[in-house]
Write a protein that binds this ligand. Structure first.
Ligand code: APR
Ligand code: ZN
Length: 245
């Protein structure tokens, strides 16, 4: 579907608790590469060499050089109309939560207040040994690989790598909101990485309406209530007319 059906608009307008689940596709039109698209990151880099604890153990400098490059790429990037509309929608609902798989920080940069970052944030670093954690926006990083100021051990990006569990509280909160929303908007995710990919199924099983926004078909396209073959920005432009005009 290239238009937003009337009944989908009605469901969005009538929702009490709206959850938006986003993936790399929502940041694509801001210029942040996705992972699995035609020119996605995993076409040019091998995730097992860069985004796993083993890779980091084997060559922390290589992994940090890759994150340094990604941080440099993301630093000047601005949120797009989809991030902005989602931020503005917050005030229309009694409860409005953004659950994102993205580590680019663009939802918060657009003004969203309640953002659950399932896979962490590229702008946060944490110590591999002690509890030290801080926001670090140096571009480029002054020291590669960066060291903990408390114990001199290696710092790492505060992101979730393949083979790592998500932060327990973060995941529990995301599941709770998926179970208790009455509408979930799923924007820009290939819906193949767990546990994020299960959140729309959880919402559906608990009776929520689920709307998917993705120019491609995904494994959840068949189970959602409306699967819209739209890009995030064109969807946001159409929805804005219904919500704010
Ligand atoms: N608007 C909406 N969706 C888009 C757009 C766009 N302009 N451009 C691409 N997409 C869609 C693609 O069709 C694809 O389905 O966005 C999706 C991006 O999928 P992935 O690259 O797999 O990104 P994501 O689903 O967020 O990946 C999940 O995998 O590599 C890990 O941790 C990483 O958080 C990431 C997780
Ligand atoms: Zn430390």
């Amino acid at each position: 579907m290239k238009e937003i059906p009337e009944e989908a608009i009605k469901a969005i307008k009538e929702a009490n608790k709206l959850v938006v689940l986003t993936g790399a596709g929502i940041s694509a039109e801001s210029g942040v590469p996705t992972f699995r698209g035609k020119n996605g990151l995993w076409k040019r880099f091998r995730p097992e060499e860069l985004a796993t604890p083993t890779a980091f153990k084997k060559d922390p400098k290589l992994v940090w050089e890759w994150y340094n490059w990604r941080r440099g790429l993301i630093a000047p990037i601005e949120p797009n109309e989809a991030h902005r509309l989602i931020a503005e929608m917050e005030k229309l609902y009694p409860e409005f939560i953004v659950i994102t798989q993205n580590i680019d920080g663009l939802h918060k940069k657009a003004g969203s207040k309640k953002v659950i970052e399932l896979h962490g944030n590229i702008w946060r670093v944490k110590c591999t040994k002690c509890k030290f954690k801080e926001e670090n926006r140096q571009v480029p990083l002054k020291e590669l690989p960066p060291k903990c100021p408390k114990c001199q051990s290696l710092l790492r990006p505060d992101v979730v790598w393949f083979g790592e569990p998500l932060d327990k509280e973060v995941l529990e909160e995301a599941i709770f909101h998926s179970e208790t929303c009455d509408l979930m908007l799923v924007i820009g995710t290939s819906a193949v990485v767990q546990p994020a990919a299960s959140l729309p199924l959880i919402a559906k099983n608990k009776g929520a309406k689920v709307i998917e926004v993705n120019p491609e078909i995904t494994p959840i396209s068949a189970i959602v209530d409306w699967s819209l073959r739209l890009k995030a920005v064109e969807f946001a432009q159409k929805l804005r007319e219904h919500l704010f005009s």
